[in-house]
Design a protein around this ligand. Structure first.
Ligand code: SAM
Ligand code: SF4
Length: 436
């Protein structure tokens, strides 16, 4: 009899990618995907970077009691599952399977076992991705893990505890996987790691990330390459030059700054100071013509004074980020920063967040406006969700651009558009030509 699974994913690109693996593995075993209401197994891939993600997950889990009563296996995997282990079942006893971030290759047999009685599998030794099937979200884009885990232990962050120590995949394995995706029609490859700039440093004594970009660029000409996340301590001139000199690598770098005050950066354990970050941002803009710089910024870290916060605003202004993702500090149990005392009052956090987003929005709007009148290459993602009469594409600088729909389906095609207008978050354009 055909077995059916439903997959619910919470959190970042890493989790979405883990879900692609889980779906690929189950489909290889003959399972088919369906809605939770008609599934034999409902699998939740979870996040625990902020408390709000955990709350959302438990609320969703509570809503699954009815499908459990109909006989479905409820499985929780990913970061929260790794962090909570058995505790998760204490809070949500209707969960049959808890599986950690290194356990999803065994998902099919874990589900079978869990159908006979509750299972908790969270050991973190041995994760090999070689040859594991992976279901692609879209035919034209793919995500390929180059490093797993993280060794940085930024004091606020739970990732190293739930994803384990950093491990880089061998170059041949990455090439093999990218090759398979490209053969299957991928036009854009997104390389994933918590700190891509340390790719193979542990194994080979020096980072091979710049080499990886060059090798992928020459092995797969015409394919767009993107990567996330870069770490400001390790992001160096060699990588900047590899970006500049490899035509496939898109002019977009996500380089999380987190804060602009040396004191706060030190307390966060980031391993760089304000000046070093700014120098790298300026060097990047010099080395890579017309690059877009994106970042993550956190407000309200323990002990953050008004002066510290003003230093963040100043650095943000100096870096002129094209895109910024902003977060309010949230103490995560088990991390060193959680012991510092969450001493910035909520109203001060709110006020700082409002001032920060006002600035980052202004910078984004200015960056978008500067695109008007330019011709840009863009990869079409599909019909716009907001306005079905338009296609939505992403330029190499990762700006969304909307342009009028034609009869021909352009999903997954590379196009050239002339940018005719800019909104707060996206561009408007006119199709110039279809490139391929
Ligand atoms: N490895 C990446 C890096 O170094 O930036 C990203 C990891 S993390 C999943 C993504 C973002 O979440 C971080 O850049 C940080 O701004 C934010 N974040 C992590 N822990 C947080 C916490 N405890 N409170 C608020 N934001 C947090
Ligand atoms: Fe977390 Fe820092 Fe590692 Fe990023 S680099 S995952 S913020 S510990």
């Amino acid at each position: 009899m055909e077995r059916k699974f439903a997959l619910l994913t919470f959190g970042c690109q890493m989790n979405i990618h883990d879900s692609e693996r889980v779906a690929g593995l189950l489909e290889r075993e003959g399972w088919v995907e369906t809605e939770p209401e008609s599934a034999d197994a409902v699998i939740l891939i979870t996040c625990c970077v902020r408390e709000s993600a955990e709350r959302k997950l438990y609320a969703r889990l509570a809503g699954l009691r009815t499908v459990k009563e109909k006989g479905a296996v409820i499985a929780v995997g990913g970061c929260l599952a790794q962090k909570e282990g058995e505790r998760l079942r204490e809070r949500a006893p209707h969960v049959d399977l808890v599986f950690g971030t290194h356990r999803y290759p065994g998902i099919a047999s874990l589900l079978e076992k869990a159908a006979r009685g509750a299972v908790c599998s969270t050991s973190m030794d041995g994760l090999s991705l070689r040859g594991l099937p992976c279901r692609k979200r879209e035919g034209f884009r793919c995500w390929v893990t180059i490093t797993n885990g993280c060794d940085n232990f930024c004091t606020y962050c739970v990732v190293p505890y739930v994803r384990g120590r950093e491990m880089s995949r061998p170059l041949e394995e990455v090439l093999e996987e990218v090759g398979a995706h490209v053969a299957g029609g991928a036009r854009e490859v997104n390389l994933l790691g918590q700190n891509v700039d340390s790719y193979r440093r542990k194994e080979e004594g020096r980072s091979r990330f710049a080499d990886l970009l060059r090798i992928l660029g020459s092995s797969f000409p015409g394919v767009w390459l993107r990567f996330t996340t870069s770490h400001p301590r390790d992001f160096d001139l060699e990588v900047m030059r590899a970006i500049a000199e490899t035509p496939g690598v898109c002019e977009y770098v996500h380089l999380p700054v987190q804060a602009g005050s040396d004191r706060v950066l030190e307390a966060m354990g980031r391993g760089y100071g304000r000046d070093e970050y700014l120098e790298k941002a300026l060097a990047l803009r010099r080395e890579v013509v017309d690059v877009a710089l994106s970042t993550d910024i956190m407000v309200g870290f323990p002990g953050e004074s008004e002066e510290d916060f003003l230093a963040t605003l100043e650095l943000v202004e100096a870096c002129r980020f094209e895109t910024a993702y902003t977060f309010v500090f949230n103490p995560r149990p088990g991390t060193p920063a959680a012991l510092l005392g969450d001493d910035v009052p909520p109203e001060v956090k709110r006020d700082r967040m409002a001032r920060l987003t006002e600035l980052t929005r202004r910078l984004t709007a200015q960056a978008l406006l500067a695109e008007v009148g330019r011709e840009r290459e863009a990869l079409v993602h599909g019909p716009s969700r907001r306005d079905s009469g338009f296609w939505v594409a992403r330029t190499r600088k990762n700006f969304p651009v909307h342009f009028q729909r034609s009869v021909e389906d352009l999903t997954g095609r590379l196009v050239r558009v002339r940018v005719t207008g800019a909104g707060s978050w996206s561009l408007r354009g006119r199709l110039v030509e279809v490139l391929g």
